[in-house]
Write a protein that binds this ligand. Structure first.
Ligand SMILES: [Zn+2]
Length: 443
């Protein structure tokens, strides 16, 4: 098929179009990556096995869970901090695990934030014993309050694309011996349903059969069933978005409140957009990236937002990228027209980039791998299920990705609370954020 000839005709037609015709073709995805449904795995009671057994399974597939800790039960803080450093969400499950949270909505958030650092602190909560506490105290401190099965409260177990009707009553389906989800098929059936309905489902797990569960004795789940579910999700990654509760909640709230609008200009080889919302609370900054597609006739594009170069992909007449609300103008450029020589200069010479690594090594000692702290903030870096090197909380910082030869394969700027910064061939990479670096393996 003569694709090239076809797109030349299409570009010629595009020259007659105005900026507005492009604009009408910009769309915010229902779910990250234009997937069809979303699923969140949540874990209660801070079981030791969640650190030693569950986290490695999630990391193996590149997925992240939500772990609800009981402050007074003194969980493995350093183990859970290590998971936060790797992109998992740590959340509250109260101080004392009393009914109706015993008024501990605000104090448990503060206490757990004293032990765990992560982006925006503790922003979601799961209620002990499934009892809904003071809803306004919940919503003043958290973006999500999680109940147990929705059907136990006359609601449905899975949610629509807009999340729960009340964010203080976000449902999650109980798994394990006392729950309705036991096998891999039980989990995948739920995920298949939300792929069909474009909805969101959350799961609620405690400890695991045959593992060390501490206080998390209720309704142990077969970890192998969860691993099977994650394997299915990875095989169907284009359809199902698996992400922590806080991330999905931010995405929904931002998507419902955001507009993508064209800017004047209409330069022949540039499209400019603003992506904005006006959500404001004291809990989160709501800068989770939203997935966008823009109709284009160009075969090769470069997308930037502010100082950041965004990962993008052209497919079927659209350019796809993730942009951050309220983070500056989005510029989509025709890369063929703007920089015809760019393809030959994609990689700088090895000598210059390896000297950059050597420099930072000699001035500050060996590159510190897996160091979360930077200027008092928390940064996480990991490879996600789609093979993207992903960073959290690097807003405004310089980001450089090196391949195993020490060549620079990406430079960009941190934007938003989470960012896909690079996808490439399998192998080891070093991602440098500010003066810290992480060694990551794209498998
Ligand atoms: Zn509990």
């Amino acid at each position: 098929m003569n694709y090239k000839k076809f797109s030349t005709v299409a570009i010629a037609a595009g020259l007659f179009a105005t900026g507005y015709s492009f604009a009408q073709d910009a769309e915010i995805a229902t779910w990250s990556g234009f997937r069809k449904g979303a699923a969140s795995f949540t874990f209660d009671d801070g079981a030791p096995s969640q650190v030693t057994d569950a986290a490695p399974v999630f990391d193996k597939y590149g997925y992240k869970g939500t772990f609800n800790l009981v402050y007074n039960w003194n969980p493995n803080w350093s183990g859970f901090q290590g998971m936060a450093d790797n992109g998992h969400e740590i959340a509250s499950h109260s101080n004392s695990h009393g009914n109706n949270m015993s008024g501990e909505e605000a104090s448990s958030k503060k206490n757990i934030e004293g032990k765990i650092t992560q982006k925006y602190g503790i922003v979601t909560v799961a209620y002990p014993n499934c009892n809904v506490p003071n809803e306004s105290a919940v919503l003043q401190n958290y973006i999500v309050g999680r109940i147990c099965n929705g059907s136990w409260q006359g609601m449905s177990d899975a949610m629509s694309k807009d999340g729960p009707s009340n964010w203080a009553k976000t449902p999650a389906i109980m798994t394990g011996s006392e729950g309705q989800l036991k096998s891999t098929n039980d989990f995948t059936g739920q995920m298949q349903n939300v792929v069909k309905s474009n909805g969101w489902v959350a799961f609620l797990t405690h400890g695991f059969q045959g593992k060390t569960n501490g206080n998390a004795t209720y309704s142990p789940t077969d970890l192998g069933a969860i691993e099977g579910a994650l394997k299915w999700a990875k095989d169907n990654d284009k359809d199902i978005w698996v992400a922590p509760m806080g991330s999905v909640a931010m995405y929904i709230k931002e998507r419902k409140a955001s507009k993508i609008e064209p800017q004047d200009g209409g330069a022949a080889n540039t499209m400019t957009f603003e992506l904005k919302h006006s959500i404001a609370d004291n809990i989160s900054k709501y800068d989770y990236p939203l997935s966008i597609k823009v109709k284009t006739d160009w075969s090769k594009v470069e997308v930037t937002q502010g100082d950041a170069k965004l990962e993008s992909k052209v497919d079927g007449g659209y350019v796809y990228f993730d942009a951050v609300p309220n983070a500056g103008k989005i510029v989509v450029k025709n890369a063929d027209a703007a920089a015809p020589e760019s393809s030959s200069s994609a990689e700088p010479p090895a000598s210059s980039s390896s000297s950059e690594i050597a420099e930072s090594s000699s001035s500050e000692g060996p590159i510190a791998l897996h160091q979360p702290a930077f200027d008092g903030r928390h940064i996480a870096a990991y490879v996600d299920a789609s093979g993207y090197i992903t960073v959290q909380n690097a807003q405004g910082l310089n980001i450089t990705v090196f391949n195993s030869l020490g060549n620079v394969v990406r430079t960009t700027k941190g934007i938003g609370c989470e960012q896909k910064v690079f996808s490439g061939a399998k192998g080891m990479y070093v991602v440098k954020i500010g003066n810290k670096a992480w060694s990551l393996n794209i498998k």
